[in-house]
Design a protein around this ligand. Structure first.
Ligand SMILES: Cc1cc2nc3c(=O)[nH]c(=O)nc-3n(C[C@H](O)[C@H](O)[C@H](O)COP(=O)(O)OP(=O)(O)OC[C@H]3O[C@@H](n4cnc5c(N)ncnc54)[C@H](O)[C@@H]3O)c2cc1C
Length: 268
């Protein structure tokens, strides 16, 4: 038994200090350094752990983004993945999650035709747009089973996987027929740092670059033309009001003043 695992990874801004473009409603990312989406580190780690559990298995990282997004494929290789594929082209610009998942599913179909894929692993959500829907939408395009909020892969073979889903008030154990798509949560593992061997391999790695035409997609199916949603308005949360500092000569005086304030505001 050997598995072929695909992990979808996204290049996202590495700073949290980004604004929102009022015209497009998208994060203002120009000039901001990027890195592997933090939640995708858990997806990559899980694939590497599966490779260790099932010797002979291979793991391919897949990203849709600009040329610079190849860096997250390199990071995934440094963390133990075997190969990477970049889906890239001007035709993908302006795509929402529907268009993105359609393009990712076409790339997964192409990988599946080359070497059957058993499992596609996603992060919980991205740190920029963060809708948390691309995993399930990709599964829908593929017509494959899917499950989200996965905190454990209990068992797996080439035909099925039994997984544990983290629910708000407990856990579910679910059996999925493979191939399937899993969206993970950060509780699934503790990602390891890139190894020296991995870093060396990542430096040498060469990634195929697939356009919409390579994936058999029409221009109207991807990017802005293939989008099913539009951002009408986006705004940042209101700035927090300044805090209140309770002054006093002694701790007892400060505590008494604090109690007066809380009583006055009907908080106690
Ligand atoms: C109307 C509209 C226009 C947009 N235009 C642009 C634009 O011009 N340029 C732009 O950069 N963004 C654009 N976006 C944002 C872009 O569509 C989303 O970032 C993308 O669809 C992924 O959605 P998400 O970030 O919410 O991913 P989530 O659903 O939060 O991601 C879940 C998981 O899916 C996987 N994943 C998500 N995105 C990718 C990816 N690209 N490659 C591989 N795996 C992935 C990761 O594993 C991730 O953890 C636009 C969005 C909308 C709604």
């Amino acid at each position: 038994m050997a598995l072929h695992i695909v992990v979808c990874v996204k290049s996202t801004p590495s700073s949290m200090n980004i604004g929102v473009d009022a015209a497009t409603g998208l994060p203002k990312t120009a000039g901001i350094p990027t890195a592997l989406n933090p939640f995708d580190e858990f997806a990559v780690e899980e694939a590497v752990r599966l490779k260790e559990r099932v010797p002979g298995s291979t793991a391919t990282a897949l990203t849709l983004g600009p040329d610079a997004a190849a860096e997250v494929l390199r990071e995934a290789i440094a963390r133990g993945m075997d190969a990477g594929v970049l889906v890239c082209g001007a035709e993908f610009e302006g795509g929402d999650s529907l268009a993105t998942s359609r393009a990712l599913s076409a790339a997964i179909k192409k990988l599946h035709a080359e070497k059957p894929v058993h499992l596609v692993i996603f992060g919980k959500n991205t740190s920029d747009v963060g809708a948390g829907v691309v995993g399930t939408q990709t599964a829908a395009w593929l017509d494959w089973a899917s499950a989200s909020a996965i905190k454990k892969i209990d068992s797996i073979d080439e035909q099925s996987a039994t997984v544990t889903r983290m629910m708000e008030d407990g856990v579910d154990t679910v059996k999925l027929t493979l191939p399937a798509c899993l969206s993970t949560v950060k509780e699934i593992n503790e990602p390891r740092l890139p190894s020296l061997k991995g870093k060396m391999a990542s430096k040498k790695a060469v990634f195929p670059k697939w356009t919409a035409a390579d994936l058999g997609l029409e221009p109207g199916q991807v990017g802005a033309a293939g989008a099913g949603s539009a951002i009408l308005k986006a705004s940042l949360p209101p700035a927090r009001p300044a805090g209140l500092k309770v002054e006093g000569a002694t701790a007892a005086e400060k505590a008494a003043k604090l109690i007066d304030i809380l009583v006055e505001r009907k908080l106690i």
